[in-house]
Design a protein around this ligand. Structure first.
Ligand code: HEC
Ligand code: HEC
Length: 221
């Protein structure tokens, strides 16, 4: 009986331990990623490097596995995700570290004349702001189409879906989104694993997507 209890105990405890997230390790790994994706995962070079901050950890982890297994081509990252460099535990740690980074879109109002005003603190906060530049297009029509065609997966306002591992589209660089559209259309990436043969984006014209992205670029205003 005692042994049985012990066995049950270890069965319970081992899976938990195996998935314990080490945030400090995540922070350390991020120093490597920061070279391209920015210190706060804010991305860079206007979308050459995508924003990662606040993305669902399950989405980030999935992409890292796809890069590592060479199922999603990414030359820039090959040397960082090789098996020896990036064991599964590291993938979990960095994915959770990036998920919890919150990037505000504007600074809260502050009274610069108040004795409590801390200019240095303010400067640090302003470095963590992220605003996507407005993209051209018909925002109203894009919003309508977004709500009808994309919101069920990407969330009401394009902020993604943590549980279903769907990435945010609002708050991501428009250039980056376009590059991915091209990859989905050419079957270099798979948009919906449950229906891999039906590329969702093939049904939309460039003009329709332009409008959708115009709308998404306004969400953070
Ligand atoms: C040498 C530059 C470079 C470094 C370093 C780098 N990346 Fe990337 N990463 C890229 C590029 C370029 C892309 C976009 C590829 C594309 O267009 O499909 C990308 C894409 C990604 C994506 C896909 C995001 C999305 O929304 O589709 C994830 C996740 C990611 N990187 C995570 C990481 C992590 C975690 C690290 C650190 C371990 C890292 N990257 C280090 C260049 C880099
Ligand atoms: C059935 C659910 C579903 C619908 C509907 C959907 N998407 Fe997606 N989308 C996803 C998933 C899941 C991913 C991540 C897939 C992967 O691993 O590449 C994704 C990824 C993307 C990406 C790449 C983002 C990144 O950071 O790499 C773009 C761009 C995108 N979707 C655009 C759209 C647009 C625009 C619409 C509406 C016209 C739309 N999607 C409708 C599920 C959906």
């Amino acid at each position: 009986m005692q042994r049985l209890k012990q066995l049950c105990f270890s069965l319970l405890i081992i899976p938990t331990l195996a998935f314990a997230i080490d945030m400090e390790n995540g922070e350390e790994i991020n120093e490597v990623c920061a070279g391209c994706h920015g210190e706060y995962g804010q991305g860079g070079k206007e979308g050459e490097y995508p924003r990662l901050a606040g993305m669902p950890s399950a989405f980030i982890a999935k992409q890292l596995h796809l890069f590592r297994d060479r199922l999603r081509p990414n030359l820039a990252m090959v040397e960082y995700v090789d098996d020896r460099q990036m064991p599964d535990a590291d993938i979990q740690d960095i994915a959770h570290y990036l998920e919890q980074i919150v990037l505000k879109t504007k600074l809260p109002p502050a009274d610069e004349t108040s004795p409590d005003f801390n200019a240095y603190q303010r400067l640090l906060e302003s470095k963590r702001l992220m605003q996507i530049p407005l993209a051209p297009g018909d925002v109203k029509s894009g919003k309508k189409r977004y709500k009808k065609e994309c919101a069920s997966c990407h969330g009401r306002e394009g902020l993604g879906d943590m549980k279903k591992a769907v990435p945010m589209l609002a708050g991501q660089y428009t250039n980056y989104l376009w590059r991915q559209v091209k990859k989905y259309r050419e079957n270099i990436r798979i948009h919906d694993e449950d229906a891999p043969d039906d590329e969702l984006l093939l049904e939309f014209s460039d003009q329709e997507l332009t409008d959708i992205f115009a709308y998404l670029s306004t969400v953070d205003d």
